[in-house]
Design a protein around this ligand. Structure first.
Ligand SMILES: *[C@@H]1O[C@H](CO)[C@@H](O)[C@H](O)[C@H]1NC(C)=O
Ligand SMILES: *[C@@H]1O[C@H](CO)[C@@H](O)[C@H](O)[C@H]1NC(C)=O
Ligand SMILES: *[C@@H]1O[C@H](CO)[C@@H](O)[C@H](O)[C@H]1NC(C)=O
Length: 397
């Protein structure tokens, strides 16, 4: 059966009602009006999101003064210390020693993620490999809390003890390791650096499902470092993000907790880097701010804002997505997110020097730009690196 279509139905209805006949073009107009009305009926849902973002963006770009945060979230030191002085259950006070340490790298892990830690130890987080092939000293530590379930906690206690005996790279404090306690884990990292590894030049924090291209990262740090890098906070910068007000969301934040339209700029917790002086300043600020704000990376943004420190965007820090597989991408990537079972595979690819096989100079640059544009600039392809990353020369950001 052939459907008459909306305009067909409308024509018949009008004949039936003995209304004046419309021309085809008028009918089209009515159909468009009708569709628009339908769209408007459903608009509210789409709209909500857009309006929220427009408002938070305007807020960020027109006002960009978060001085109220400074005033509103301040707590006195006695209250602040409750968050930051958790007891160490596993610690390595001498891990950094007197050596000249370029980078202290904290991987946020959970007690049960033994496999992930193993994969990292045997690939990008291997201190011995880094020292031997890159000639710098890096310390890699896993930051842990306690498993939320009592039974599991008991079972894992012995396993963690044995694991740590062998690798000496776990730092555990006595707080329950949950999403809502991530800020405590951030305070662990900042506090540990301050107390036991003050001289490390950079601090990096990464998730245990992140792949870090450590050779690229070290070259990058050496390039900007030269011994006295200051005022650096680098990652993928989120600007003008609105707080999530959807109660179903993992990232839900109530009006009570954060009443304003927009967060200060911040870098997602999957991977970012602080120079030593910035880590210290942020830690000092954290000891004066109400740490019940549980989203750790936003909390870091708040502390940084209080100290007037702004993050710098690096296009090859991935926000959420996985890096596309391509030698020209491996050549420049710093982090890629969402790797669990393929970390060893990634490591093999990036260290085998596939990139070297592409001819060098002009031709290679051209080839890589075209390849990267294809991988990063078409819509809906990936959300790993922004399109601008396609046009960056090696070493820039
Ligand atoms: C955070 O850790 C503390 C200390 O163990 C615990 O009392 C609290 O319930 C935890 N909070 C959440 C939301 O898990
Ligand atoms: C910190 O913020 C929480 C949530 O808004 C609030 O309940 C608590 O009283 C605050 N703590 C201090 C010491 O102000
Ligand atoms: C925040 O407040 C403290 C003390 O009230 C002040 O020392 C500091 O300069 C303020 N920071 C900013 C960025 O206004």
């Amino acid at each position: 059966m052939k459907w008459p279509g909306i305009s067909g139905i409308a024509t018949r209805a009008m004949i039936f009602l003995k209304m004046p006949r419309f021309k085809k073009s008028q009918l089209r107009l009515i159909t468009i009006c009708f569709s628009t009305l339908m769209l408007m009926a459903y608009w509210e849902e789409i709209d909500n999101n857009i309006v929220t973002h427009v408002m938070s963006f305007s807020y960020r770009y027109l006002l960009n003064s978060f001085t109220f945060i400074n005033a509103s979230l301040r707590v006195n030191p006695e209250d602040a210390v409750k968050y930051s002085n958790r007891r160490y259950l596993i610690n390595h006070e001498r891990k950094c020693g007197e050596k000249d340490i370029l980078l202290l790298l904290f991987v946020k892990s959970s007690s049960e993620n033994f496999e992930r830690r193993q994969a990292i130890r045997s690939t990008w987080g291997n201190e011995v490999y880094i020292e031997r092939t890159l000639g710098v000293t890096v310390r890699v530590l896993f930051a842990l809390g306690l498993h939320p379930e009592l039974e599991q906690r008991r079972r894992l206690k012995m396993q963690l003890f044995l694991e740590d005996q062998r690798y000496q790279d776990l730092i555990q404090q006595d707080f329950i390791d949950t999403f809502h306690n991530l800020t405590l884990k951030l305070l662990l990292q900042l506090g540990w650096k301050e107390t036991y590894c003050h001289h490390a030049r950079f601090l990096m924090s990464a998730d245990d499902d992140v792949f870090v291209h450590i050779p690229n990262l070290i070259h990058f740090l050496q390039g900007i470092g030269h011994g006295n890098a200051r005022d650096l906070w680098i990652g993928r910068v989120h600007r003008g993000s609105p707080p999530n007000r959807d109660k179903q969301s993992k990232y839900y934040v109530s009006q009570d907790l954060y009443p304003w339209l927009s967060y200060p700029d911040y870098t997602p917790g999957s991977g970012y880097i602080l120079s030593s002086d910035v880590a210290t300043k942020i830690y000092q600020a954290a000891l004066t701010i109400n740490a019940s704000f549980h989203i750790d990376d936003v909390f870091l943004g708040i502390c940084a804002k209080v100290m007037d420190i702004a993050p710098k965007d690096h296009a090859f820090f991935s926000g959420e997505g996985k890096a596309p597989h391509h030698p020209c991408i491996y050549n420049q990537m710093i982090t890629s997110h969402g790797h669990v079972s393929d970390i060893r595979e990634m490591w093999r690819r990036v260290t085998e020097g596939e990139v070297g096989q592409i001819s060098s100079g002009m031709i290679r640059r051209l080839y890589c730009t075209v390849a990267k544009v294809r991988l990063l600039c078409l819509p809906f392809l990936s959300n790993s690196y922004p399109c601008k990353a396609a046009f960056l020369e090696y070493g820039n950001f």
